[in-house]
Design a protein around this ligand. Structure first.
Ligand code: GH3
Ligand code: MG
Ligand code: MG
Length: 383
């Protein structure tokens, strides 16, 4: 007949968890903060399970059993804290897990002190572990700050099952001790626990890998929209955003302006001060754009030393005012930051026809920019 052998299941799970704890950091390679927390979480959980298995080989109730069991509780519960921090980071929130951490501390200390009473220690440890998981499930159910995949629900389901089984064990251990004589006895709750722990271990690792992949994809997407040198939007991302903004502004009959900016005599800066100084000047210029831009202004590095700004809900006066603010900002900061003055020429195009598109506005701004250059540079011309 088929039999669920609790000790073998727990040993197999600990063995698999140990392999995972060693293999993940190696195979995942260089990872960011969230994945590192998750990896430490798995290492701690593994250490906890190993301690628990070792404690069962010691004299029952002796000092070694007491010590190893307490260490096991500390490791398992603090492992959950690290995992909770990883989940928070993956959901785009600050790395906070104060409640699970307080529960972990309380549980371990209480367990160590009350070890001699079997009903107390089993009820206490399982009850608080269930509560700790409940807090983690609760935070996982909150709306994430960034778009995240379905791995969140995988965790919610597997953690919830584990929570119910732990709570069940807590009640049995504390109030029906005869039915729960020890961790390895072949009763139903232990068999369910051994099976669900195995499943939960596999599902958690899958969820961690999915969350990690999710984040890597988000980072790639972010990098694909930004200019590597300045951190401004790149031309493709800006065009995409500007087309959406322009369509929406035209629908509500809001004025829209487009500024095309080109740094003056930039080649000279490279030639006389070096390419690094030129790069620094480009980054500095973007700092200026950031400083003077307001909600609704979207700028990008259009290419080389050219930048474009789309100003939503801005008439010609507002666009001129933007240009003024930028020139003032540069006049105030460039000597101190760069050691030389930085000036630019600008072409302005307003959205004037129903048939206007970003592309037609860019063409008019380009012609106006050419005029600004031929008028002696350092000025803005409206096309
Ligand atoms: P004008 O006033 O007519 O615009 O003169 P200019 O020298 O600014 O114009 P030109 O188009 O001749 O030179 C642009 C220079 O910008 C040439 C190119 O080497 C430099 N440049 C483009 N991209 C970068 C970059 O990423 N870093 C640095 N340092 N220089 C760049
Ligand atoms: Mg140029
Ligand atoms: Mg130039």
């Amino acid at each position: 007949m088929l039999k669920i052998d609790v000790p073998s299941l727990i040993i197999a799970m600990t063995f698999n968890l140990s392999i995972m704890a060693l293999a993940l950091p190696y195979f995942m390679g260089r990872v960011n903060r969230a994945a590192r927390y998750a990896q430490v979480g798995i290492v701690l959980q593994t250490a906890g399970w190993i301690s628990l298995l070792l404690s069962s080989t010691c004299e029952r109730g002796g000092w070694a059993d007491h010590l190893l069991s307490t260490v096991a509780m500390g490791c398992v519960s603090s492992g959950m804290v690290f995992n909770a921090i990883a989940f928070e980071l993956w959901c785009g929130r600050k790395p906070a897990a104060r409640t699970p951490a307080v529960i972990a501390l309380l549980m371990t200390v209480g367990y160590g002190i009350g070890f001699s009473s079997y009903p107390f220690r089993v009820g206490w440890a399982n009850g608080l572990l269930a509560l700790q998981i409940a807090t983690v499930v609760f935070t996982l159910c909150r709306t994430p700050q960034v778009p995240v995949g379905r791995w969140r629900w995988l965790l919610v389901i597997s953690l919830s099952i584990q929570m119910v089984v732990l709570a069940w064990r807590a009640v049995l251990g504390a109030f029906y001790t005869a039915e729960f004589p020890n961790f390895f006895s072949p009763n139903l709750v232990n068999q369910v626990f051994a099976l669900s722990s195995n499943a939960m271990m596999v599902l958690s690792v899958v969820a961690i890998l999915l969350a990690h992949r999710d984040e890597a994809a988000r980072e790639l997407e972010r990098l694909a929209t930004l200019d590597g040198l300045t951190g401004a939007l790149n031309r493709r991302a800006w065009l995409q955003q500007s087309c959406i903004d322009l369509a929406s502004s035209m629908r509500y009959r809001h004025p829209v302006g487009l500024l095309m900016l080109d740094l003056d005599f930039f080649k000279q800066i490279n030639d006389t001060r070096g390419h690094a100084a030129g790069d620094h000047a480009l980054q500095f210029f973007v700092t200026g754009l950031r400083a003077v831009s307001r909600v609704g202004d979207t700028f990008c590095r259009y290419g080389g030393e050219e930048f474009c700004v789309l100003l939503n809900c801005a008439d010609l006066d507002s666009v001129m005012a933007y240009d003024d603010r930028l020139r003032q900002w540069l006049a105030q900061h460039s000597a101190r930051e760069l050691g030389f003055g930085l000036s630019y020429s600008a072409g302005i195009a307003m959205c004037v026809h129903d048939t206007d598109t970003v592309s037609t506005m860019l063409q008019r701004a380009d012609v106006a920019l050419y005029k600004a250059k031929s008028q002696g540079r350092g000025c803005a011309v409206a096309g």
